[in-house]
Design a protein around this ligand. Structure first.
Ligand SMILES: Cc1cc2nc3c(=O)[nH]c(=O)nc-3n(C[C@H](O)[C@H](O)[C@H](O)COP(=O)(O)OP(=O)(O)OC[C@H]3O[C@@H](n4cnc5c(N)ncnc54)[C@H](O)[C@@H]3O)c2cc1C
Length: 291
């Protein structure tokens, strides 16, 4: 049965991370439905391998070398179902649906609730797992329920209140494959496409979108901003060979061309040590490093 599932062997992991660095994966699987995800999870148990879901890879950095995990890409999980209930619109989206696709729906029906999230380069699965957010909003604000598969291959449907989540953190970072999410948005009287356009322009001004990046490297410590601390410590634009903190946004890691994993790790360790020495604050990584 495993043989029927689309697979790439010896896959170049740099193509699955927006920072464009990383070694090779023995296998990456591309299931096209829930049943295939369950087969993969059960197979991973039989083979004693850890599963690792991959969305757009905009928050993920892979190490060098050969990684022998059960990498499951959500690229082929793209179904969307839209239902309308009075002023509310429910969007059920499989894990591989991108925020760009959600924005198209939001603009088409002029829906309110997603504006602040527009511009985050996320898949639904990655966004739910990370509780992605921006400008004071997060995906859990508009989330109704999640269909997910546990590490034994059992399927669950959990309402938002049954899921453990906080700032950029959810239970799915420890366990489980997000298969589908239901979002609730409502019809708006405002000009939503205009508001979204303004958000995208704002991001363009502040973020280094012309270089490979993984967005915010560190979570904001309580009452402070990681970018501000890095900038005050002189790390804005600081780089080790081809990996550095952007000159445009100190909390964004960028790859200037030939970025290497070992330089990235040195850079992170240096930044964390510097911030701890100056401010006595331990920065917590938002990016996910996969070794
Ligand atoms: C230019 C840029 C701007 C960004 N701006 C923001 C921002 O404003 N706010 C913000 O929150 N983030 C931001 N990010 C980071 C990133 O876009 C988000 O964290 C996003 O939610 C990651 O989605 P993804 O599909 O790329 O996840 P990936 O990077 O592929 O995965 C992230 C984590 O989620 C897990 N995961 C992925 N899919 C699933 C699944 N189906 N089930 C279970 N776990 C899964 C992965 O295993 C990994 O641990 C930005 C990144 C970039 C490059």
């Amino acid at each position: 049965m495993l043989k029927q599932i689309e697979t790439i062997q010896n896959a170049d992991l740099s193509k699955f991370s927006t920072l464009k660095i990383g070694g090779k994966a023995k296998h990456i699987f591309f299931p096209k439905n829930k049943e295939e995800v369950c087969i993969l999870i059960k197979e991973s148990i039989d083979k004693g391998k850890e599963i690792h879901p991959i969305g757009i890879g905009s928050n993920t950095i892979f190490s060098d070398g050969i990684l022998d995990k059960f990498f499951i890409s959500t690229k082929n999980l793209k179904k969307i179902n839209i239902t309308k209930k009075n002023k509310d619109v429910l969007i059920e989206a499989e894990a591989g649906v991108s925020f760009k696709e959600i924005i198209n729906i939001v603009k088409k029906y002029n829906l309110e609730g997603f504006e602040n999230l527009s511009g985050i380069p996320a898949s639904i699965g990655g966004a739910v797992a990370m509780n992605a957010g921006a400008f004071g909003s997060e995906i859990f604000d508009i989330l109704e329920e999640v269909e997910w598969i546990d590490s034994e291959g059992n399927i669950h449907t959990s309402l938002k209140d049954e899921i453990s989540f906080s700032y950029r953190k959810t239970q799915f970072q420890k366990e489980g494959f997000v298969y589908k999410a239901k979002l609730k948005l409502k019809k708006s009287d405002k000009d939503i496409p205009k508001i979204i356009k303004e958000h995208l322009l704002e991001r363009n001004k502040k973020q280094p979108l012309n270089l490979p990046t993984t967005g915010s490297t560190y979570k904001n410590p309580e009452g402070n901003y990681a970018g501000y601390l890095l900038e005050q410590a002189g790390l804005k634009g600081y780089k080790i060979n081809d990996i550095g903190f952007s000159e445009k946004h100190a909390n964004f890691l960028v790859n200037y061309g030939n970025g290497q994993f070992k330089d990235l790790m040195r850079l992170l360790e240096y930044a964390e040590e510097t911030i701890e020495n100056i401010y006595k604050i331990k920065l917590e990584r938002e990016i996910k490093i996969v070794k």
